[in-house]
Design a protein around this ligand. Structure first.
Ligand code: CDP
Ligand code: CDP
Length: 282
């Protein structure tokens, strides 16, 4: 039985989902789960092994990687400054380290090479089935970094650390299908959008911090974003779509703090209400 408070955040690329989700999770002391990082990890693994998602033989291998590979998402509170500097100074954003078979692939999975190849993999039904069940388990059964999910492996040291840590009260998860597929009964759902040009500018600033990406062009980033949005919206299985009960939030003219505050306010109201309902029933 679920007792975690769930916040689902969906929206197109670089709209501000993960920055917002991380800060909301830290403020509320909730777990944060980066669903996109898992699709990026599977894509990297497939590229490294030269597997082509359109080949029948290869896709089985990719699905197997999606089912069984060891992926750890470790979100730490000592974060990095947001790339879009505005005044007043913005809060540090918690960072998620992505560990695949003991290797830190946090930066590598953000490279355009991965982003361009993700579509063929994220639109495959077998890959999605595998990832969806892992992500549901991560969001529903615990509250310790998601490591207790059915087939999620984690190391002993991490397990011990987690079993000693205080159980989290809730989870914030961001992606494309969180409110529609992964957590259809989430307590709060948001659909975050922003003007495509603003999104491309934000993503360009982030990517320029990565080594060898200094010469990246704005037009290239924008074209990649639009292409990916189109494919995410048009795919048959788990397309990017606003859930009927989601709240639309346009971040084009908002500061990071403003968008975080709006979500926190609604979350606290809703949590208070469900606490009251519980005490009325008892
Ligand atoms: O950060 P950004 O919005 O650019 O991407 P991401 O959240 O890391 O997700 C990368 C890609 O993974 C998306 O374009 C989707 O194709 C796929 N994805 C998905 O299909 N379902 C999710 N829940 C999350 C990501
Ligand atoms: O997760 P998603 O791909 O939707 O976006 P993100 O990874 O959070 O990236 C959004 C970028 O826009 C980050 O570099 C933020 O610092 C920046 N940003 C924002 O999220 N919200 C604003 N109001 C202004 C800038």
């Amino acid at each position: 039985k679920r007792n975690l408070f769930q916040i689902a955040i969906d929206g197109p690329a670089a709209s501000g989902k993960s920055t917002t989700a991380r800060l909301v999770a830290r403020k509320l002391n909730f777990e944060y789960i980066d669903s996109g990082a898992m699709y990026r990890t599977i894509t990297l693994a497939a590229l490294r092994e030269n597997l082509n998602p359109t080949s029948l033989v290869d896709i089985h291998k990719i699905i197997n990687i999606a089912r069984t590979s060891k992926i750890q998402l470790i979100t730490t509170n000592n974060g990095t400054p947001p790339s879009a500097h505005t005044s007043p100074p913005q809060p540090l954003v918690p960072k998620t380290r992505v560990i695949f078979n003991e290797e830190d692939i946090t930066e590598e999975i953000m490279l355009p090479e991965i982003t361009r190849n993700i579509m063929g993999i994220a639109s495959n039904p077998g890959v999605r089935e595998a990832i969806v069940s892992r992500q549901r388990a991560m969001a529903e059964c615990n509250g310790y970094n998601g490591y207790n999910g059915s087939n999620i492996n984690y190391d002993k040291e991490e397990k011990e650390k987690n079993s000693n840590s205080k159980r989290k009260q809730g989870v914030v998860m961001d992606g494309r299908d969180i409110g529609t597929v992964i957590l259809p009964n989430a307590n709060l759902k948001f659909f975050i959008i922003a003007d495509p040009k603003i999104r491309a500018e934000r993503r360009l600033k982030e990517l320029k911090r990565i080594k060898e990406m200094e010469n990246l062009e704005m037009s290239e980033v924008l074209a990649d974003l639009l292409k990916r949005d189109k494919s995410d919206i048009e795919r048959k299985i788990s397309p990017l779509k606003m859930a009927d009960d989601a709240i639309l939030l346009d971040t084009s003219g908002l500061s990071i703090e403003e968008q975080v505050e709006r979500i926190i306010k609604l979350a606290l109201e809703k949590m208070r209400k469900s606490d009251n309902m519980r005490s009325d029933n008892s």
